[in-house]
Write a protein that binds this ligand. Structure first.
Ligand code: ADE
Length: 796
């Protein structure tokens, strides 16, 4: 440490060099084992470290005697920004300066600690720490931490997804009259809300429409307008008159005031974008008046701005085949499912002879139509007129009659594939045969999925023993034949238990969901969707569903057990961050899972390492379809995990499967770097960073090269620019330099050796799962008589 060079300024550096020899001597003299210090004192210090709260309590005393105590003189540099760290420091006594790029950003004192992450991974120090007064520290070395096997014992809290449920919240009220002054105050409040600005594009027209929808409410002094943690959060407020205080909980009993609000202030803006619990309590200090705005009005206004439905219907009306045979409602449904694609000069939109799958409308740029190598005609899209080609692909997959090549520097098209067409309207051939004297036939793909899922279940049994093994029909697996083995995990929803089928000896993961919890969080629909999506899946890279059951208070999913543990916990415990070959393998599993889901028009929406499981061989499986949704075109409900949100989700302009490819970029960044790129202490800061874009993120050295390039190709702000959204789809990603030497065919058939094989000693081995201390709360369930879960069970 004596040779450390502070980068803050040369003055500081020379002072350090002058004191070099003296320092080394002092440091050596002052390093003592904690055994000479009272273990109780060391233990007290260790208890303050957040990371150690993840250890079973009885293990910390084994670490205390192995800690070092090291003292520093004022001016000593304890750690240096940019250096690799292998030690955690807890301050026994003293004060330090925390400096980033030479500027003091904070001070630390007795009981504070720094360098926590260095116990888990090689990560450059993010700040320089300098002693400001005589300093005494307790040091935990990563080596000792690992020697005791403590890393393996850590329990990692998983990040929660938000926005999955739909609560029937308090109803919006009718709008009321506003004076011009009122409108001016509201406009200012919306424009001055720095959290909203930068996240959503609110132009003057949208602001005025929003103001039109607002209503007034009077509140009495002492009333909590919103309550921290409340899930029933769909309103945004502007203070018309009066005063409010903002309170945040410090612990179970106490709250502290973190701000005050007066006329013209606004609060609750997160509720406009997401269904997320309230982040603070806002209490009226005096009798007051508020303007209130509702999320659905807000979302509707933003969605309308991006809705080009009528413009697109006009394009479809130019296509004879569609104009002649489709009803207006059908064309509107198709218009909503058109997706944008961009091409560059020289790229073929399709090639002569290729099987036709999609129809295109050129809305920007110029293309050349080429037959047998000879240009036939050029087509140019102008502001007034779009061009179209390839419509026969909506009926048959016959070979393309010509090549369409882009001749402008870029071209933008709208695309509709035959699968989407048929999911929405059925076969075009059939519609043609039925003639024009027929009702419109727009189908709801989600409803169709439910129907298909039940058909699938009754037609052939979905249960096949084991996940990756040969399919063998084993008939219905009745719940009475399942015997508990132990817990795999617990969440707010309920628990996942390992169970053994007494007739076959096979083990499964039985996920129980409390109906009380489902109703409280507004998740009735999403649980039914989760089942239907799971039943549609048939992939080696997605956890399989075998049966569903129910009783008076619980719904159950019987799933393939993946006994190698969660990828998230594995990475944290084993310190795999930054290993490129590992990331290649696990991200490849995600690509396979996404290809499978997207082929069925399913968006996944919640990729994160917590939702990937390893099986006993180390192969990867995507789990938890709780936020998945079948969707053709755009969907508008924002949900997912904040660190992984794509910008269009925050902007509320509608999203497509392109959000999944964004999340893959975040996932690769996180596995390479140890943290997600937009990580912040508060979700609002995370959203602001996401909107600023990936190019503003500093990539750590481990994440440079092809990995960085791929991440940037996946995290493009414009969804249609993301690598797998371009022509070629996920093949573009598979061909990227990051995968240059990767053998996809061996991977896809599970022939490739996984980079890490977890220790799984038997089908009953629970050792890769941390035993959770918390059991989920038991929530009462009152049946509303609607039989909403009537079709849920597949067997008794
Ligand atoms: N936790 C949640 N789902 C699981 C599964 N399928 N296997 C093992 N643990 C799980």
């Amino acid at each position: 440490m004596g040779s450390a060079q502070c980068k803050c300024n040369s003055d500081c550096k020379s002072r350090i060099e002058e004191r070099l020899d003296e320092d080394i001597e002092d440091s050596i003299l002052s390093v003592v084992s904690s055994r000479t210090l009272g273990s109780a004192e060391v233990l007290e210090c260790l208890h303050k470290v957040q990371l150690f709260t993840r250890l079973p309590e009885d293990l910390l005393p084994t670490l205390a005697p192995l800690c070092d105590v090291r003292d520093y003189l004022p001016g000593d540099v304890v750690i240096e920004q940019g250096d690799d760290g292998h030690e955690l420091f807890v301050i026994r006594k003293g004060i330090t300066s925390v400096q980033v790029n030479g500027h003091e950003v904070a001070q630390l004192k007795d009981g504070d600690y720094f360098g926590e992450n260095s116990l888990l991974r090689d990560e450059p120090r993010t700040a320089t720490i300098v002693a400001k007064a005589p300093l005494s520290t307790i040091i935990v070395q990563r080596e000792k931490f690992d020697e005791l096997g403590l890393r393996e014992k850590l329990v990692f809290k998983t990040r929660k997804a938000i926005g999955g449920g739909f609560l029937e919240t308090s109803a919006a009220k009718p709008p009321c009259l506003k004076s011009n002054d009122d409108r001016a105050v509201m406009e200012m409040a919306l424009k001055n809300n720095s959290n909203l600005q930068g996240l959503v594009a609110l132009d003057d027209k949208s602001i005025h429409r929003l103001i039109d929808c607002a209503w007034k409410e009077e509140v009495k002094a002492g009333l909590d307008v919103i309550t921290e943690g409340d899930l029933n959060a769909s309103f945004f407020y502007i203070v018309k008159s009066g005063k409010f205080e903002v309170l945040q909980r410090v612990d179970e009993k106490a709250a502290q005031r973190v701000g005050q609000l007066k006329a013209g202030s606004s609060f609750g803006e997160l509720a406009l974008i997401f269904t997320a619990p309230r982040a603070a309590t806002v209490k009226a200090l005096v009798d007051a008046e508020l303007w209130v705005m509702d999320r659905s009005d807000f979302k509707q206004i933003l969605a309308d701005r991006s809705d080009k439905c009528q413009e697109y219907v006009a394009y479809l009306d130019k296509v004879d085949l569609l104009k002649a045979h489709l009803k207006t409602a059908e064309k509107e449904a198709l218009a909503k499912s058109l997706t944008e694609m961009t091409f560059s000069e020289g790229e073929s939109i399709f090639e002569q002879g290729e099987k036709g799958e999609s129809f295109y409308i050129l809305i920007e740029g110029q293309v050349s139509v080429i037959k047998d190598g000879v240009e036939q005609i050029k087509l140019t899209a102008t502001g007034q007129e779009a061009r179209h080609f390839g419509e026969r692909a909506l009926m048959t997959n016959e070979p393309r009659a010509a090549t369409i090549k882009v001749t402008s520097s870029t071209a933008k098209t709208l695309r509709l594939d035959r699968v989407s067409f048929e999911m929405l309207l059925g076969s075009l051939e059939e519609l043609k045969k039925m003639g024009n004297d027929r009702p419109a036939v727009v189908m709801n793909p989600q409803a169709k999925m439910f129907r298909n899922a039940s058909l699938l279940r009754s037609a052939s049994h979905i249960g096949t023993a084991g996940g990756d093994r040969e399919a063998q029909d084993i008939g219905p697996i009745e719940r009475k034949h399942l015997k508990p083995v132990g817990m795999l995990g617990c969440g707010g929803f309920g628990c996942v238990e390992l169970v053994e089928h007494e007739l076959t000896g096979e083990t499964y993961a039985l996920k129980a969901m409390s109906k009380g919890y489902i109703v409280k969080c507004g998740m009735k629909q999403s649980v039914l969707t989760e089942k239907a999506v799971q039943m549609m899946c048939d992939s080696l890279f997605i956890v399989r569903l075998f049966e569903t059951y129910k009783n008076d208070v619980t719904l159950y999913f019987l799933l393939e057990a993946a006994l190698g543990g969660e990828l998230y916990a594995t990475y944290n415990k084993k310190g795999f961050f930054g290993k490129e070959n590992f990331v290649r393998f696990y991200a490849a599993g995600v690509v396979m899972a996404f290809d499978h889901l997207h082929g069925k028009k399913i968006l996944y929406r919640d990729l994160k390492p917590e939702n990937l499981l390893l099986n006993e061989k180390g192969n990867i499986k995507l789990a938890d379809m709780g936020l998945a949704k079948i969707c053709i075109g755009k969907t508008y409900t924002a949900c997912g995990t904040p660190d992984y949100f794509a910008p269009e989700l925050i902007a509320s302009t509608g999203h497509t499967i392109a959000v999944d490819w964004w999340t893959l970029g975040i996932f690769i960044f996180e596995l390479m770097s140890g943290h997600p790129p937009f990580e912040s202490s508060y979700p609002m800061q995370t959203y602001q960073k996401i909107m600023r874009g990936i190019n503003k993120v500093a990539f750590p050295p481990k994440c440079k090269g092809p990995a960085e390039e791929l991440i940037k190709h996946l995290c493009r702000p414009e969804p249609s620019d993301r690598l797998p959204m371009k022509k070629g789809g996920s093949r573009n990603l598979k061909a990227h330099a990051f995968y240059r030497t990767f053998d996809w065919s061996s991977f896809e058939t599970l022939k490739m050796s996984p980079p890490y094989r977890p220790l799984v000693q038997s089908k009953r081995d629970l050792s890769n799962f941390a035993q959770s201390k918390e059991l989920p709360p038991i929530l009462p369930y009152e049946d509303d008589g609607s039989n909403w879960d009537g079709d849920f069970p597949t067997c008794s």
